[in-house]
Ligand binder design. Sequence first.
Ligand code: TLP
Length: 347
Amino acid sequence: MPERRVIDLRSDTVTLPSEAMRRAIAEAPVGDDVLGEDPTVIQLEETAAERTGKEAALFVTSGTMSNLVAIMTHCDRGDEAIVGGESHILHYEVASAAAVAGVQLRAATNDARGRFDPAEVRSLIRGENVHFPRTALLCLENTQNRCGGAVIAQEHVEELAALAHERGVRVHIDGARIFNAAVAQGLPVATLAAPADSIGFCLSKGLGAPVGSVLCGDAGFIARARKVRKMLGGGMRQAGVIAAAGVYALEHMVGRLAEDHEHARQLARGLAQLPMVELDPLRIETNIVIFRVRGDWQEFARALQAAGVLASVYGERTMRMVTHDGIDRADIDDVLARVRDLAASRV
Ligand code: TLP
């Protein structure tokens, strides 16, 4: 029997640069970016600032570095940052806020759609007391990965940002997938970013670049963030080689995110029909499908992998599939056919 093609739905981080993107990389003019002389990095940062409606931007290696640099720039050691209980910062950034920034994270509950309870957030912002750390920062995440790629409604972001700002607390958006949120709602990224003091977004997920994220904010913030990035060893020299992929991604890859969203809905509708899958397909807003597995979920995860469908285990009984540039409609049909076969062999 011929080997079946592996269909990789572990993440949109597995996307590979296209031929055209590789050409843009090969042809990019470069210089020493630590000296401020790489024209392609400058072009990427200017484009990112314009797209997010911020004064300035900083090219960093990853979404994780973008969040860490933002935390270190907004906070002093011993400060506290409020994050969502389901946030990437809390779950998947190796406790960098604590270990590197000296910042304590305080989790506010995220509901299944990634929303906060504004009353809870208000109550978590500390007043002045000799015992207390200063609450310096509120971090939001849009789209919210662990909440099934949920889009955070704009009025909710505005309400939370307003209550933080009233108390002198700054607001950072982990916008790793903010372009997905923008495409899903038909709103400009600048509108989504407007309530926040800073936003970071990833080039290496649905936008298909091999590496990089961009942190955006006002000019003073970015000047300080640039020094923090240097301190962390993230000052890169002829970084135009990788920034060129980012410029290409912003120019050519944003519109196609709508296809990923459609494929995720198609996938969710098919999965929801299977008896061992618990999933509400109407909740799929972007490119992430998180579902629960009834019965022997570890066996299901193993069988799925053996059938050549790669997914992530996202906790007890919980799995995640992410659509991206390397996946088309026929792949989704193929995934569903393989999963149906698995389901049939289990009864
Ligand atoms: N998320 C990755 C894994 O780390 C889980 C993924 O496959 O989804 N913020 C959010 C909301 C993210 O989803 C991610 C990556 C990051 C930040 C970190 O980005 P990188 O991987 O570039 O450090």
